[in-house]
Design a protein around this ligand. Structure first.
Ligand code: HEM
Length: 353
């Protein structure tokens, strides 16, 4: 799996201060441990595989496709949304990116807004309100905007707007429209926030000489980032009889937290696990076939958008590096707070062209 240690190898210095709870997890010596009275943590690869294989993901455990408007999201509707998102991403990255100075500011937020603008700028006003961070964090504002999207005449019509937005316009009835609105919100947020987190983590791990890293190396940089700082760092499964007998410490009433973050650093599976070494991915045809590596989940619950995430992240990384982005953080240290997406925080500056 390894070949010549070149390029990024010289730039391994990075300082990260994790939230205390993440730091506690990183210092765990056992691979199965109690998190609290109701939850067991697991980072042992065979056991993680067994837990994931024990049953399909439940509707309530899903992120983008969890129930909306009082009903589960049907398989056809989920598939249509992913296809629409895929076409929007492909079409978006063919267009010129927004001015690079808009990458300046607080990351990962600046990057997430930049991606939303890049990919969904063609959506008419009511729909573009659906992807505004401040609005999506308030229930009341969300309801007002949902209403505006529903009653706005010709929203997304006349061939304008994203394919994802068209799902709202083309909905056959009220429930379908409300579900399409929820999916628009969730899909645009998951994609923009997830890719922004991945690119933020990559830029930080590449270190101050990042602009000198050969562009042919960026795919390996992204896979190595997905190993060392995976945005989806913890996956949850609610408990049940189905897990009985998998491990003596797991009771049927226990919920289970699976930790890719810890598994990806397991010295039984990785050489120099704490080193950022993109070269470990040289010549690896399908990184996801690597054991103890699950940045996009396992067979059966694998991420439906994974084919979009790495190419889009690589495109954004290129824009940032082409414009010689610089990162500022107190004492060259960055902070990782306890959030559902693992992402470093820093201030970035991109000079006007
Ligand atoms: C950087 C971005 C992303 C990362 C790192 C990521 C990661 C993951 C991971 C780790 C899983 C497995 C979850 C589990 O087993 O509990 C997963 C599943 C899934 N992801 Fe993603 N994901 C990303 C973006 C997206 C986007 C943009 C979408 C769709 C709009 C999406 C749709 C799904 C779906 C449908 C599943 C299968 C689980 C289910 O049925 O709900 N993901 N993803």
């Amino acid at each position: 799996m390894e070949s010549n240690p070149v390029t990024v190898a010289a730039h391994r210095h990075y300082g990260i201060r994790y939230d205390r709870q993440i730091q506690d997890l990183l210092t765990r010596e056992t691979k199965v441990f109690r998190v609290d009275g109701t939850m067991v943590g697991v980072s042992d690869f065979p056991l993680v595989s067994a837990v994931v294989a024990a049953r399909p993901v439940l509707a309530k455990e899903r992120s983008v496709f969890k129930p909306a408007a009082g009903a589960e999201i049907g398989h056809d509707s989920a598939t249509r949304s992913i296809h629409a998102l895929g076409r929007d991403v492909m079409a978006g990255v063919e267009t010129a990116p927004p001015p690079a100075q808009r990458l300046s500011g607080e990351w990962p937020y600046a990057a997430s807004s930049y991606l939303r603008e890049w990919l969904f700028a063609s959506d008419p006003l009511p729909m573009s309100l659906l992807r505004k961070r401040r609005i999506t964090s308030s229930d009341l504002l969300s309801q007002v905007v949902d209403r505006a999207v529903t009653v706005w005449p010709g929203s997304g019509g006349e061939g304008r707007g994203s394919m994802l937005g068209r799902q709202i316009v083309d909905a056959a009835d009220t429930r379908e429209r409300r579900q399409a609105i929820a999916l628009y919100r969730r899909a645009t947020a998951t994609l923009s926030d997830g890719v922004a987190a991945l690119v933020a983590n990559s830029l930080w791990l590449m270190g101050p000489e990042r602009s000198d890293v050969p562009r042919t190396e960026l795919t390996a940089v992204l896979w190595e980032t997905l190993r060392l700082l995976p945005p989806a760092w913890m996956l949850l499964r609610s408990g049940g009889d189905v897990y009985d007998g998998l491990h003596p410490d797991i009771r049927s009433e226990d919920n289970i937290a699976l930790f890719p973050l810890l598994m990806h650093r397991d010295p039984d599976h990785w050489s120099d696990p704490l080193e950022f070494r993109p070269e470990r991915w040289h010549g690896v045809g399908d990184p996801e076939k690597t054991s103890a590596f699950m940045p996009f989940g396992f067979e059966g619950a694998r991420c439906w958008a994974k084919h979009l995430v790495v190419p889009l992240a690589e495109r954004l990384l290129n824009v940032a590096l082409d414009n010689r982005i610089t990162l500022h953080s107190p004492e060259q240290q960055t902070h990782i707070p306890l959030r559902s997406l693992l992402s470093v925080r820093f201030t970035a500056e991109v000079a006007a062209a």
